[in-house]
Design a protein around this ligand. Structure first.
Ligand code: NAP
Length: 236
């Protein structure tokens, strides 16, 4: 236990299903956790259920470059450093075939799933460069490798997360910064259960299982792993 003692982790999407599970796991391993999400109310709700530990909440809209920079500065001021950046914030949309897809849907998916990662990495990497160390774990999706119809913008945005992960990993492999991503299959969330009530939910991936893989990638056990996209499909 306590493998992340004295380390500072920034988790985006911290009020969501995976974000909550990841914050809980990081706190359980002794990390100090900066919890970023768009809704202050939902952050408050989530923190009520957290175990003890050193955490703080940072409401932010990560689609704004200025806000992303401000919040990374605020985390640095509060905790002194940033060892782990977990880019969890994201979202999903299905829709019509691509030739009927409107620009708003395209922009929303690319912004939410890819621009948010770009903004956070751009703001946090200089902190890690100054430290000479840091690790980033992004959240892509199985759909990045195995794209389905009627979800082109989502699949393209998550494929972009893999490309960004590989590019950043190349840029910083000599500077003590590792960058990896996970590819979740269907996650066992209340939203997915409501949308797919007839599926076998036991085949899906619990958020806590994804958090375990993210902890591994952030840990010293993965010190020789960078630029990886790790499938976490369960039996889904
Ligand atoms: N669920 C799945 O089956 C599945 C499968 C593959 C990959 N993934 C990926 O896994 C990640 C986590 O999924 P999840 O199910 O935990 O999602 P979730 O519960 O919707 O959590 C995402 C969180 O990010 C927040 N957020 C949205 N826009 C934001 C912004 N502009 N700035 C800051 N925070 C923002 C959301 O707030 P609001 O709710 O208010 O928008 C939400 O709290 C996502 O990247 C998702 O694409 C999920």
């Amino acid at each position: 236990m306590g493998q992340f003692k004295d380390q500072v982790a920034v988790v985006t999407g911290a009020a969501g299903n995976l974000g909550r599970a990841l914050c809980t796991a990081l706190l359980g391993q002794g990390a100090k956790v900066a919890m970023l999400d768009i809704s202050p109310e939902r952050l408050d709700e989530v923190t009520e259920a957290l175990p003890g530990g050193d955490w703080d909440t940072f409401p932010v809209d990560l689609l704004s470059a200025g806000e992303a920079e401000r919040v990374i500065d605020a985390v640095k001021a509060r905790f002194g450093r940033i060892d782990i950046l977990a880019n969890v914030a994201g979202g999903f949309a299905m829709g019509p075939p691509l030739h009927e897809t409107d620009d708003d849907t395209w922009d929303r998916m690319l912004d939410l799933n890819l621009r948010s990662v770009f903004h956070c990495c751009r703001a946090a990497v200089p902190v890690m460069l100054t430290q000479g160390a840091g690790t980033i774990v992004n959240v892509s999706a199985r759909a990045a490798l195995n794209a389905k119809g009627r979800m082109g913008p989502y699949c393209a945005s998550k494929a972009g997360v893999i490309a960004l992960t590989e590019s950043l990993a190349q840029e910083h492999k000599e500077q003590g910064i590792r960058v990896n991503c996970i590819l979740p299959g269907t996650v066992d969330t209340p939203e997915n259960r409501a949308a797919m009530p007839d599926q076998d939910h036991s085949k899906w991936v619990p958020p806590a299982a994804l958090a375990d893989v993210m902890l591994f990638l952030a840990s010293d056990a993965a010190r020789c792993v960078t630029g990886a996209a790790v499938p976490v499909y369960g039996r889904s």
